[in-house]
Design a protein around this ligand. Sequence first.
Ligand code: SF4
Length: 297
Amino acid sequence: MCYTAGHRIRGNQVHLELQETVQMLLAPGRELDLQGLTISGGEPLLAPGLMETVRAALDLGYSIKLLTSLFPHSPKKLELLLSLMDSPRHQIVVSYDSFKPAEVRQVRGRGSGELVTASIRWLVKKRAELGSQVRLSSNTVLQPANAGSLLNTLSFLLDELGFDQAIVQQRHDYTNISPGNIPRQAALRRSPAEIQLLAQAARQVFALAESNPRLAPAGGKLEDWLQFLTNPLDSRISCQALSYIYIDAFGNYRGCIHSTLLGSLRRTPLAEYLQSGPFLEFASFSQGCHLCTHSCS
Ligand code: SF4
């Protein structure tokens, strides 16, 4: 299950209460034999009720993957998570753009580079101190601002900090896609020089991954990445939408991470949603969609 733990209230949306999250979402998910819960954001560390949700999911037997930017730094919450998720079944995935603060500022548009690097060092040290077995992964989205330093960033994460895994992804900015608006989706604009830079970085990453199993380029093979760079509206890899059930902390269902809303948990129970017209229509559409290489991150 791909659960977006929102912290900003949009419009008149109301957060699911813990009881609703457990009784309407997490417990029925286990009855449907869902094994994993991926918690993303916004920033989940800012989401109300995160710890209670994690505890409830652990009690129900979920394997948890928590995606965070570590910004702002939340030592008390992180320490608790390291203790609660003390098993290699669980994973904390840190979004990390670059070991160069100036590049982080370029990507994020704010001055968080030094803080995130300090937080990531703290997290690695604290895991060792506590002897926590939770797996630590990083997620780097390749883009022109960080392409030139990508190998150094990966070396920092894998060699210096000893992360268990470093994931590298391509960037997609689609929102609210539906079967009807695919032709109007805009691809990212890249200059020929940027495409060349990204392609070179992609080749370097795939070459390094051959000798380092902890490095994981996501979203197909090198040929797929190069295809995506030159023809971004027509990825060749299979759509990942049906690998997850997508839902946010307000109870809104989506078909995939980029899709429009398909319903509400408060109106349609989980098992019923999976048999509903909007879900089945999106599921069928998704198998012919080639817009992105994303799953749940
Ligand atoms: S390829 Fe699949 S996951 Fe990506 S936008 Fe299309 S339907 Fe969503």
